[in-house]
Design a binder for this molecule. Structure first.
Ligand SMILES: Cc1ncc(COP(=O)(O)O)c(C=O)c1O
Length: 457
C-alpha cells in the first residue's frame, strides 16, 4: 500500500490551478492560434515569425510550462484522474489488469453495454456511416436526427426538441442565443460549468443566487426591479440543475418555479442527472415535482442514463425553432454521429418501456445511502444515485480515492473549485446493474478506508 501519511500535502490552491480553465470557451478557441479575417476565415501571416521554432520562447505558453499541479499530485502517489479503463462502463471495470467495483460512472441505467443499444449503434453505422460530415444546418441532418427529436419531444411531453453533439454544447448554444442585451440570466451557484459558460457567452447580465435558495433568487429579482427603468431586465431566464452533479441533491424546483412565475421569468432545467432516473416515467426532475408544464425548457444529455454521447433541449415549438437556427454550437458544429443518435434513441425506448430498471436503481441508491450513513459518513443532502462522501480536505479526497482503488473500488475525488473549499468529497454514483454483492463489497471497503483516515469511528 502507498504510505499515504508520508505523502507531500496537496493544497487546495494547487488543485484549483489544476482545474479546467474557467474562461469562456469562445475566448480561447476563436482563432485557434491563427490570424482570422472578420468572418472567421484564416489569412496568411504577413511576416515570418522570428521566435524559435516550437513552443519554447513563446510567451503565451509560459503558463503551460509552469503548470505542474498534476505532476505534484502524481509524485505524492495519489493521482486518480484520467485512469484508463480496459473494459466497458459496467459495475465492474478493469484497470491495469485489476478488477474494480465501479462507483464512478454516470451509466445510471446500465445501458452503455446493453446489446440492444449496441446493435442500434452498429446498424446506424452500417446504414449512415461513422460521421455526418457537417452541421445539422447544412449537410449533417439525417433522418435519424429528426426521428430522435420527435421521439424526445414526445417522451418529454414538449412540442419540440433539438439535438446537439454534446450536452455541454446544448447549454452553451441555447443560453447564449436566448439571453440578449438587456436580458438577465439567474444561475444557482452550483450550476454546471456549461451553464455558467453559456451565460458568459450570452450578451446579457448574469446573477448568481445561493445554492438551492429560492429566497435569494427572489431577493435578486426584486433588486433588479428596483433598478432605473433603462437598466431593468427586459427578459429573465433562470437556469438550474435538476440534480446537482457533484452532491446529488435535487433542486428545490417548486420554490424556484414560484419565483419565476412571480417575476415572469423563463425557467430552464438542466436535467443531465435526472432524465431516466427521476419521475415515474423517467422524465426527470420536473416530472418528479409534477412541474413538466412549468419548466419552459428542459435539457438533457445522452452521456448518462441514455448511454451515448450528445444532448438535447426541448420546449415550445417557436423557441425550439429559434434555438435550432440561432444556437451557434448547433449551426457551426458537427451533428451528433449516427451511432450516438441511434444508441440514444434505443436507450429512450428502454427508459420508457422498462421502469423496473429505475426501480432497481432506486433500491441500490437507498441501500448505499443507508449503508454509508449508518457507517457514519457525511453524505450531504443527496437523495439520488449520486451520493457524495464528504471528506473535507482536498488531499484527504486524493488519498482516500487512491486507497479505495487499492481496495478494489473506483470512486472520483472531487475537490475545490468543483466543491466549496474545505468540502472535498468522493463522488459515488450507482447503476441499475450493480448487484447487492458489488455494493456490500464497496461498503466494506469504505468502512475500512474511512477508519484508516479517521472519518468514521
Ligand atoms: C449537470 C450537467 N449538465 C451538462 C453536462 C454536459 O453534458 P455532456 O457530457 O453531454 O457534455 C454535464 C456533464 O457532466 C452535467 O453534469
Amino acid at each position: 500500500m502507498t504510505r499515504l501519511t508520508k505523502s507531500p500535502p496537496v493544497t487546495a490552491d494547487q488543485v484549483s490551478d489544476s482545474a479546467p480553465s474557467a474562461r469562456p470557451a469562445g475566448a480561447a478557441g476563436r482563432t485557434n492560434g491563427r490570424a482570422e479575417t472578420g468572418n472567421g476565415h484564416p489569412v496568411a501571416p504577413l511576416s515570418v515569425a522570428t521566435a524559435p521554432a516550437g513552443p519554447a520562447g513563446i510567451k503565451l505558453f509560459d503558463k503551460c510550462r509552469a503548470y505542474d499541479v498534476p505532476q505534484k499530485i502524481k509524485a505524492a502517489g495519489v493521482w486518480t484522474y484520467f485512469r484508463a479503463i480496459e473494459s466497458a462502463q459496467d459495475p465492474e471495470v478493469s484497470i491495469d489488469g485489476h478488477k474494480l467495483v465501479m462507483l464512478g460512472s454516470n451509466n445510471y441505467l446500465g445501458l452503455t453495454n446493453d446489446p440492444r443499444v449496441k446493435e442500434a449503434a452498429i446498424d446506424a453505422v452500417r446504414k449512415f456511416g461513422t460521421g455526418c460530415a457537417g452541421s445539422r444546418f447544412l449537410n449533417g441532418t439525417m433522418t435519424i436526427h429528426e426521428e430522435l427529436e420527435e421521439k424526445l419531444a414526445d417522451f418529454m411531453g414538449k412540442e419540440a426538441a433539438v439535438t446537439f453533439a454534446t450536452g455541454f454544447q446544448v447549454n452553451l448554444g441555447t443560453i447564449a442565443c436566448l439571453v440578449d442585451r438587456r436580458d438577465v440570466v439567474y444561475l444557482d451557484k452550483q450550476d454546471h460549468a456549461c451553464i455558467i459558460d453559456g451565460a458568459r457567452l450570452g450578451l446579457g447580465d448574469t446573477r448568481k443566487f445561493r445554492h438551492n435558495d429560492a429566497s435569494d433568487l427572489r431577493r435578486q429579482m426584486l433588486a433588479d426591479n428596483a433598478l432605473p427603468p433603462a437598466r431593468r431586465p427586459a427578459g429573465r431566464l433562470v437556469v438550474v440543475d435538476g440534480v446537482y452533479s457533484m452532491e446529488g441533491d435535487i433542486c428545490h424546483l417548486p420554490e424556484v418555479n414560484a419565483v419565476c412565475k412571480e417575476f415572469g421569468a423563463a425557467l430552464m432545467v438542466d436535467d443531465a442527472h435526472g432524465i431516466g432516473v427521476l419521475g415515474a416515467g423517467g422524465r426527470g426532475t420536473a416530472e418528479h415535482f409534477g412541474l413538466d408544464d412549468d419548466a419552459h425548457l428542459i435539457m438533457g444529455t445522452f452521456s448518462k442514463a441514455l448511454a451515448s454521447v450528445g444532448g438535447f433541449v426541448c420546449g415550445d415549438a417557436e423557441t425550439m425553432h429559434f434555438v435550432k437556427h440561432r444556437a451557434r454550437t448547433n449551426v457551426f458544429s458537427a451533428a451528433p454521429s449516427p451511432a450516438n443518435v441511434a444508441a440514444a434513441s434505443a436507450a429512450v425506448d428502454i427508459v420508457r418501456n422498462e421502469p423496473e430498471r429505475r426501480a432497481v436503481l432506486w433500491r441500490n441508491t437507498r441501500f448505499m445511502l443507508d449503508g454509508l450513513r449508518s457507517l457514519g459518513f457525511d453524505t450531504g443532502e443527496s437523495g439520488t444515485p449520486v451520493i457524495p462522501v464528504v471528506v473535507g480536505a482536498d488531499h484527504t479526497a486524493f488519498q482516500m480515492a487512491t486507497r479505495l482503488q487499492e481496495l478494489g473500488v473506483f470512486v472520483n475525488a472531487v475537490v475545490s473549485p468543483a466543491t466549496p473549499p474545505g468540502r472535498a468529497l468522493l463522488r459515488t454514483s450507482y447503476m441499475a446493474t450493480h448487484t447487492e454483492a458489488h455494493l456490500s463489497f464497496a461498503l466494506d471497503q469504505f468502512a475500512k478506508a474511512g477508519r484508516e483516515f479517521g472519518l468514521i469511528g
